[in-house]
Ligand binder design. Structure first.
Ligand code: SAH
Ligand code: ZN
Ligand code: ZN
Ligand code: ZN
Ligand code: ZN
Length: 446
């Protein structure tokens, strides 16, 4: 809802108590900021889908909804749940693995493991045969990545980045990973746990992509919406998560999340705070004033937004690479660099970045920085955000991108090509002035 194209800027006011629900759980309250007017009219819309085509829920805040419409809405919500429950999918999986290889089919159109009795229904669909155990252990390879740009674009970690993350977590001493929207990390942990006896890390995947319920039990996967902290599996799923967060025998927990980044940082932050609170409640005394350790993987241009909500976080220089993302792949030339970083509430000096990839330790900043990130003597910090060497501007009293110059009209550093008018309202996505959400350079992922 937040970044619907064509409409004016929308601000989020939620998540309000007593909000009506769509098939994706409680909706959020938005306001359509209209030019000139003090306040636009407020309305409820889907928390998860930014495209009306995917979920067309809409209700003015002050709208009276008739009993008939409420009943119809409930019916609609029921009918828009997945065809099988998680329990049913777990049972289906058990039957599926009993089948000989030759009878193991996966329907590519329905994105579903098929039991022989179901073949007929899918007879004119494309399907894969001979699904191996290895394939079942890597569902993120078997399922096609959801590519809906607005609602649910799945960008899967490149193997190197995923390995790096997992090794880092292990080296930091974590034994439990709450994987929120990180199916590939979850999968790497699960498959190593099934292959290596001494491997003691466990993971619980929370994701809105219900296709994963075909491959994982209720203890391994919860159908979850991270924009409104909604567990589709109700209280039982809630309890699964709560249990997972409880640190038995000193098994430390960390949450890792890689959300879609089309806006709604405040909704994400609000959900993550609730997950942190769940962790805190699992042990009354033991946590002192600590926060649940977290890795929030997000583009660097969201740094100030994230710090607004989580002042204890800092941004690491590590560039997270993706498999199915043309722009963010770590090219041989190094020209295309991923803007995606790790934000964490752990002490930065503990996050050791790979020296073989050019990262080095800055003893003044006490953290690893990318090779191009020069320590600025005036700022007394390694100031580059994007990996390139930034330059210090004495007039702005800070370091800026190498491509910027100081404009005396605007009294700040900016791109050479810009129109010297001050726009008060910053971009809805990155918060910077000078462009609207629709033209935000940070959103041009492909
Ligand atoms: N890099 C990660 C995937 C990140 S893509 C990896 O390789 O593991 C974003 C993930 O968030 C996807 O898995 C997607 O299904 C999930 N997601 C998108 N919207 C969501 C929502 N509203 N609630 C929970 N998960 C969501
Ligand atoms: Zn089918
Ligand atoms: Zn430094
Ligand atoms: Zn500087
Ligand atoms: Zn200027």
């Amino acid at each position: 809802a937040a970044a619907r194209s064509g409409s004016g800027p929308l601000a989020l006011l939620g998540p309000p108590p007593g909000a009506p629900s769509c098939p994706h759980g409680p909706t959020l309250l938005f306001v359509k900021a209209s030019q000139g007017k003090e306040e636009g009219r407020r309305f409820y819309a889907c928390s998860a889908c930014r495209d009306r085509k995917d979920c067309n829920f809409f209700q003015w805040e002050d709208e009276k909804v008739s009993e008939t419409r409420l009943a119809a809405r409930e019916e609609y919500n029921r009918n828009h749940q997945p065809p099988f429950t998680h329990r049913q999918n777990v049972d289906r999986y058990k039957n599926f693995v009993l089948l000989p290889l030759s009878r193991r089919r996966f329907c590519q159109e329905c994105q579903q493991l098929l039991l022989p009795t179901e073949w007929e229904k899918h007879f004119d669909h494309q399907f894969l045969c001979g699904i191996t155990t290895a394939q079942l252990e890597s569902p993120s390879q078997l399922l096609y990545p959801l590519e809906n740009k607005k609602t649910n674009a799945q960008y899967l970690f490149a193997d190197r980045s995923c390995q790096f993350l997992l090794n880092l977590l292990i080296d930091l001493g974590f034994r439990r990973v709450l994987s929120v929207g990180t199916p590939r990390l979850h999968e790497m942990i699960q498959s190593r746990a099934s292959q290596e006896e001494e491997f003691s890390v466990r993971s619980l995947l929370l994701d809105i992509d219900f296709r994963y319920s075909q491959f994982y039990t209720e203890d391994e996967f919860c159908h979850y919406n991270m924009f409104n902290h909604h567990f589709f599996g109700g209280e039982a799923a809630h309890e699964t998560c709560r249990k997972f967060l409880y640190e038995e025998n000193g098994e430390r927990v960390i949450m890792v999340t890689d959300p879609p980044f089309g806006g709604l940082v405040e909704a994400l932050a609000s959900s993550f705070k609730k997950l942190m609170a769940m962790w805190k409640e699992t042990e009354k005394e033991g946590h002192d004033n600590r926060e649940m350790p977290m890795f929030w993987i997000f583009p660097y241009f969201f740094e100030s937004r994230i710090l607004d909500f989580f002042p204890s976080f800092s941004m690491m220089d590590y560039q997270v690479d993706y498999d199915n993302h043309a722009l963010y792949k770590h090219g041989k030339t190094g020209r295309r660099q991923s803007p995606v970083r790790i934000f964490t509430n752990l002490t930065p000096s503990m996050i050791v970045l790979p020296e073989e990839e050019g990262y080095r330790f800055c003893t003044v900043c006490e953290r690893y920085v990318s090779s191009g990130n020069q320590h600025c003597e005036i700022c007394n910090s390694c100031t580059s955000k994007d990996g390139r060497r930034w330059k210090h501007c004495v007039l702005c009293k800070k370091c800026v991108k190498p491509s910027w110059f100081h404009c005396n009209n605007c009294n700040c550093c900016t791109l050479q090509k810009h129109s010297c008018e001050k726009t008060d309202i910053g971009c809805f996505v990155c918060g910077k002035a000078g462009h609207k959400r629709s033209a935000c350079p940070s959103l041009s992922r492909t």
